[in-house]
Design a protein around this ligand. Sequence first.
Ligand SMILES: Nc1ncnc2c1ncn2[C@@H]1O[C@H](COP(=O)(O)OP(=O)(O)O)[C@@H](O)[C@H]1O
Ligand SMILES: [Mg+2]
Length: 215
Amino acid sequence: MEVNDLSYVTGSDHKQIFDGVSLQIKPGEKVLLMAPSGWGKTTLLRLLLGLKRPKKGKILLNGKNVMGNWDAAHNYYSYVNQKPFMFDDTLRFNITLGRQVSDEQLKQVIHEAGLDELVKEQGLDKQVGENGSELSGGQIQRVEIARALLSGRPILLADEATSALDPKLSLDIHETLLKNPKVAVLEVAHKISPEEKAMFDVIIHLDKHTVETKM
Ligand SMILES: Nc1ncnc2c1ncn2[C@@H]1O[C@H](COP(=O)(O)OP(=O)(O)O)[C@@H](O)[C@H]1O
Ligand SMILES: [Mg+2]
């Protein structure tokens, strides 16, 4: 994916949200985008998904311009956000979302999302409760990651996915997410620990238009 000189202006009050954003992500690469709250990070992810059209700039996927084209763009991405939606149903349903998947596939994503222990102890038929009340915040985030991995889409977009979790959990989740060579990860955050930062290949400070190079 390649983004060139992207700017966004709101449709309603013509407010400039951001200007001149460029970035690229290669297969399996882990990219962190940093900017303060309210800068427009969530808006940027919505542009990538094709839900909104930028004022100017280009968004290319495999060399094809997909700007503002949800049909062409959305299949490339899975999405992990701060407050995953949980169904008052079984753990299995919440991971598969009702899709037909082989036991093999299911086992694989449970492992990759770090849910082995929960599944071993409580089983896949465990009822997660209303809004996942029977699970911890970290477990809910892992269910969301399992969903994303199961979708098989090449780029995972994470919108402040762990900012509501305690630092140790956030670190654990990042270790899970960022060691998986099969998916590229594009995470936006306004705050992140130095240990977590060190796990990314590229760190871009959107507000300063700078790329942090690694030593
Ligand atoms: N469609 C819109 N109309 C008006 N304002 C918008 C619209 N979309 C986003 N904004 C504004 O854009 C700014 C950036 O929002 P957001 O993308 O949620 O930032 P972040 O995720 O970095 O905190 C906010 O001030 C928000 O109110
Ligand atoms: Mg946001």
